[in-house]
Design a protein around this ligand. Structure first.
Ligand code: GLU
Length: 281
C-alpha cells in the first residue's frame, strides 16, 4: 500500500467499520461463478478496516498485504483483478462465510489453528505475525502482567481474544468488539487501556497520520500467528492450487515486494516468508 493511500484512507476507517456489513454474494454457494457480463468472478473475503493488510479506501479501492496476496493467488487461479469481488469477512464471520459458500477464499489475517481446521481448510502459511499490545504513548503498561484488572479490547472470534483468556492475561477485563478499528476508537477515548491483536495489524494503525506519536506497541511476542488462506472444508484441489501460487509468489519476488509496499510505511519488521505447510507453534 502506498503511504498516500493510507493517509487518504485513514479518516474513513471508522466510518467504514461502522457501516460496512459482512454480506455474501450470489446464490451459487461456491464463492464464485457468478457471470455478470465481465466473465466469471471469484469472491474473496478480506478485512476492510486494517490498514496495511486489508483496507477499503474511500474511493472504493482495496489495499494491503492480504489484498496483494489474494490478487496474486486469484491470478494464478485464472482470475484477473477485475474479476475479483471483495467481501468483508470480520473475524467472527470467517468460518461461516466459507462453509456457506459466500466466498471462495479468505485472506484476512486469518491464523491457522487446530480448532478452525475442524471447520475449514487452509493453504499457507504466507505470513508469521505475533500478538502484541497497543497502548497510549504515555501508558505504563509494558508487560502482559501489567494487564491484570486493566481494560483490554479485542475482537470476537479472534485468536487474540482467546489467547488473553487462556494464556497471558486471564485477569484482564476483556471487552470484545466486532472489529479492531472499534477497539482503536475505544483506546483513543480512554474507554480501554490497551488493544491486543497481531503486531502486523497494530503497526498499521499506529502509523496512520492522525495517530502519529499517540500510540506505541509494547513489542511483546505473545503468540505465533501463522496466516493462512481459508478455503471451504474438503476443497483440497483449491488448497493445492493456492499453495502452488503462494510458493511462486515467494520465489518470483512478488511476496517481498508486497511486504515492502504494505509494511514499509508502517515500519513493521516482518518475519521471513514461511514455508508452505510449516507452522511455527
Ligand atoms: N490473526 C488472528 C486471528 O485470526 C487475529 C487477527 C484477526 O482477528 O483477524 O484471529
Amino acid at each position: 500500500m502506498k503511504l498516500r493511500k493510507v493517509t487518504a484512507a485513514s479518516a474513513a476507517v471508522f466510518a467504514l467499520a461502522l457501516t460496512a456489513t459482512a454480506c455474501g454474494g450470489d446464490d451459487s454457494g461456491d464463492g464464485g461463478s457468478s457471470s455478470s457480463g465481465g466473465g466469471e468472478k471469484i469472491k474473496i473475503g478480506i478485512k476492510y478496516d486494517q490498514p496495511g493488510l486489508g483496507l477499503k479506501t474511500p474511493d472504493g479501492s482495496f489495499s494491503g498485504f492480504d489484498v496483494d496476496v489474494a490478487t496474486y493467488v486469484a491470478k494464478e487461479l485464472g482470475y484477473e483483478p477485475n474479476q475479483i469481488e471483495w467481501v468483508e469477512t470480520k473475524s467472527a464471520d470467517r468460518e461461516n462465510a466459507l462453509s456457506r459458500g459466500d466466498v471462495k477464499l479468505i485472506a484476512a489475517t486469518y491464523s491457522i489453528t487446530d480448532e478452525r481446521k475442524q471447520k475449514v481448510d487452509f493453504a499457507g502459511p504466507y505470513l508469521l505475525a505475533h500478538q502484541d499490545l497497543l497502548v497510549k504513548a504515555d501508558s505504563d503498561i509494558t508487560e502482559a502482567t501489567d494487564l491484570n484488572d486493566k481494560k483490554l479490547c479485542s475482537v470476537t472470534g479472534s485468536t487474540s481474544a482467546q489467547n488473553v483468556k487462556n494464556d497471558f492475561a486471564p485477569k484482564a477485563q476483556l471487552s470484545n468488539r466486532g472489529g479492531y478499528s472499534e477497539c482503536l476508537s475505544a483506546l483513543q477515548s480512554g474507554q480501554v487501556d490497551a488493544l491486543t491483536t497481531d503486531d502486523s495489524i497494530l503497526a498499521g494503525y499506529a502509523a496512520q497520520d492522525q495517530y502519529k506519536g499517540k500510540f506505541k506497541l509494547a513489542g511483546l511476542k505473545l503468540s505465533n500467528e501463522n496466516y493462512g488462506i481459508g478455503v471451504k472444508k474438503g476443497d483440497t484441489e483449491t488448497v493445492n492450487k493456492v499453495n502452488a501460487a503462494l510458493e511462486k509468489m515467494v520465489s518470483d519476488g512478488s511476496w517481498e515486494k508486497a511486504v515492502e509496499d504494505n509494511f514499509g510505511p508502517a515500519n513493521y519488521k516482518n518475519e521471513p516468508a514461511p514455508k508452505i505447510g510449516q507452522l511455527v507453534k
